[in-house]
Design a protein around this ligand. Structure first.
Ligand SMILES: O=C(O)CCC(=O)C(=O)O
Ligand SMILES: [Fe+2]
Length: 357
């Protein structure tokens, strides 16, 4: 992966590092029982893991990642007036397409503005799965082949991960996680390209603590900055300390994968959707940092109810208050807008459910 790491001499005590477990995609594909068991255990205990993509059969996926990083440098280098033509708040209802400038949103309690630009690309638009408009600049048009290759590779990886979890949990056919993320069907998945700006202030927090609202997220970066809150420490504002955050040190050829809110809801909290954020390593300035996140969400009509499984604790509710995935996403965006008007960030973060654009 191309952008070079910016912390060559990270000298951190090991108890400050996120001790993420590594799952091999190729071993899952080959049916390794111990790898499938490790995946389930990791999603129950951590909600975050490294996915090893270094097997030669996956080399085209990694070269697509490299190419999309080159694209990312190109799109963020457009002059502001060109980027403004694709402003996410103008071109897309649910922020599934377009550009967000640095500083538009507020970061948690500090009340300061965020420190990153982002450009969101819809899976539906890239893979032509719907007729929704997909305005985009020439730099994106000229990288469509690697963008589509990346999405297809990640969808296939996601299918392997989700179907492994469905099988490990003995979820019946028709309710399996992958039944809600069909490869040829439209979905609200997005690819988010991110550029964090360098900031000399060691206390800056460019990205707010949040959980991902969808099902599964894949993140790529070669620069440190991602921080994860261990699940055991409690995930609600007030239940953890600043010193509880753990740093993820990027690993070449690996994606960082995490479980999102929808899968956590459908397993009644058995699989964990953990809080995370991006910031500088303690005592260091924030370096310029490029990353990309593929955020998968169940198809819009998926009902977010607890699935049948001997391993999932039964829900005490009768299911009447269950929402669909589409309603869930809309509700969250409404909350965000409500929050902006009301200025109440805690409400959005209740349960750690912040939203990013
Ligand atoms: O930039 C990163 O490493 C994380 C991005 C992220 O958490 C997100 O886009 O939801
Ligand atoms: Fe995230």
């Amino acid at each position: 992966m191309s952008p070079s790491a910016s912390y060559p001499d990270l000298n951190l005590p090991s108890d400050k590092l996120a001790d993420l477990r590594t799952i091999s995609l190729q071993k899952l594909q080959a049916g390794s029982v111990s790898e499938h068991n490790l995946l389930l255990q990791t999603c129950i205990e951590d909600g975050f893991f490294f996915l090893d993509l270094t097997h030669p059969s996956l080399s085209s996926l990694l070269s697509d990642v490299d190419d999309v990083f080159r694209l990312s440098k190109d799109v963020f280098s457009y002059p502001p007036e060109i980027k403004a033509l694709f402003d996410v708040d103008r071109v897309s209802d649910l922020k599934t397409n377009g550009y967000k400038p640095k500083g538009r949103n507020i970061v948690a309690k500090s009340g300061k503005s965020d420190g990153f630009e982002s450009w969101v690309l819809p899976r539906n638009g890239l893979l032509q799965l719907s007729n929704d408009p997909f305005p985009h600049p020439p730099a994106i048009a000229s990288h469509l082949r690697s963008l589509c290759g990346l999405l297809e590779g990640l969808n296939s990886a996601a299918h392997t991960v989700l179907s492994s979890l469905s099988t490990s949990l003995s979820i019946p056919v028709g309710q399996r996680f992958e039944d809600f993320q069909r490869l040829s069907r439209p979905s609200p998945d997005i690819l988010r390209l991110l550029k964090y700006h360098a900031d000399a202030n060691t206390d800056c927090l460019p990205q707010t603590p949040h959980t991902d609202l969808g099902s599964l997220t894949f993140v790529f970066s070669t620069t440190p900055g991602l921080q994860v809150l261990p699940v055991g420490l409690g995930q609600n504002p007030g239940s953890y300390k600043e010193s509880d955050w753990r740093y993820v040190v990027p690993r070449p050829g690996h994606a960082v994968v995490n479980i999102g809110d929808c899968v956590s809801i459908m397993t009644n909290g058995l699989l964990k959707s953990a809080l995370h954020r991006v910031g500088p390593v303690a005592g260091y300035a924030m370096p310029e940092r490029y990353s990309m996140a593929y955020l998968m969400r169940p198809e819009d009509e998926t009902v977010l109810r607890v699935l049948d499984s001997p391993l999932i604790p039964r829900s005490t509710s009768n299911g009447e208050d269950a929402v669909t995935s589409g309603e869930w996403i809309r509700k969250k965006f409404k909350a965000l807008r409500g929050h902006k008007d009301a200025g109440n960030f805690d409400q959005i973060l209740a349960g750690g459910r912040g939203i990013l654009v």
